[in-house]
Design a protein around this ligand. Structure first.
Ligand SMILES: NC(=O)c1ccc[n+]([C@@H]2O[C@H](COP(=O)([O-])OP(=O)(O)OC[C@H]3O[C@@H](n4cnc5c(N)ncnc54)[C@H](OP(=O)(O)O)[C@@H]3O)[C@@H](O)[C@H]2O)c1
Length: 273
């Protein structure tokens, strides 16, 4: 077995601390740096990022790119960036790395800190294919090809689904809750409904690809009427209507632009504008 590379972790927030612990568990020699000095068992804590750059691999996990950008220098050998950002931020960092002779891996963590080190944690990565360190955190999934921004693109696309689902769930809990129905009674129904609805995605995806929206299932007209009812019901129950109103307005715009008899997938024509 070869000698393991030395690794530094910059940022010991909730996620960075979990990453550093997972590396220690995998037998790596780990150096850590945090803006607010912090100790972590079995790691070497340093006072400046420059001291951390002596390691073979530097992992960054700060809150935002704005926080990490001022810290980066060409003293870094391999940078594994696990700070979340936009595809363009990832590409700009990849360009900076290339210009400065730094090997660059851009990764996104599709997990919460408690899942790090388990197979539930998927780490999407792009840029350099040098992913050995990522195996300590879960299952690395290379999405890179030539574009360092792709991991961030997948990350935000999937998070967008998650946020929409959580927003929809919380609105629904508030709606049934306004009549005294407890979340524990409603949540199993929501889970089973979401499972069933997710089986419709492949067909919907295909419709968006072919742009053929003829349907004998459910026309946009009927869904716009439904969203109007949902918005009204939330208002009647004294609740905020931001989410149903926004969906109603988007779907209604697609309807106005000639998609009333088409399937819900036709709403993508409005989104793509
Ligand atoms: N938590 C999750 O479930 C999760 C899941 C997937 C991805 N991520 C991503 O992982 C990254 C870190 O998230 P987190 O949950 O660990 O956040 P967090 O607990 O809020 O920690 C933020 C870290 O960033 C540091 N930081 C903030 N501003 C800084 C600055 N200007 N200069 C230097 N250091 C700065 C903080 O240092 P101080 O201790 O000094 O404040 C801390 O180490 C984010 O990009 C997040 O999107 C998190």
């Amino acid at each position: 077995m070869g000698i393991k590379k030395t690794v530094s972790v910059l940022g010991l927030g909730r996620m960075g601390s979990s990453l550093a612990k997972a590396l220690v568990d995998q037998g790596y020699e780990v150096t850590v740096w945090n803006r607010t000095p912090k100790e972590l068992p079995n790691t070497r804590s340093v006072a400046t990022p420059q001291e951390a750059f002596k390691s073979d691999v530097v992992i960054t996990c700060l809150s935002t790119y704005d926080a990490q950008q001022p810290l980066l220098t060409n003293e870094i050998k391999t940078l594994v960036n696990l700070t979340s950002g936009t595809p363009e931020q990832a590409r700009a960092t990849a360009r900076w790395a290339k210009d400065n002779g730094v090997e660059y891996v851009d990764g996104v963590i599709m997990a919460v800190p408690q899942q790090i080190g388990t197979e539930q944690a998927k780490i999407f990565f792009s840029g350099s294919e040098n992913h050995h360190v990522l195996q300590a955190f879960g299952e690395p999934v290379y999405v890179g090809e030539d574009d360092a921004g792709l991991a961030a693109l997948y990350d935000l696309a999937l998070l967008g689904i998650m946020w929409a689902m959580f927003g929809g769930y919380l609105q629904a809990v508030a709606l049934v809750g306004s009549e005294g129905i407890a979340p524990e009674r409603f949540t199993p129904m929501a889970m089973s409904w979401l499972n069933e609805m997710s089986t419709l995605l492949p067909e919907m995806g295909e419709e968006t690809r072919t742009r053929q929206y003829e349907t004998d299932v459910s026309a946009l007209d009927i869904n716009v009427a439904g969203l109007r009812m949902l918005t009204e019901a939330n208002r009647e129950q004294g609740l905020d209507t931001t989410i149903p109103q926004a969906l109603h307005d988007l779907f209604e715009r697609a309807q106005r632009h000639g998609h009333g008899t088409h399937s819900i997938a036709s709403v993508i024509e409005e989104i793509r504008k």
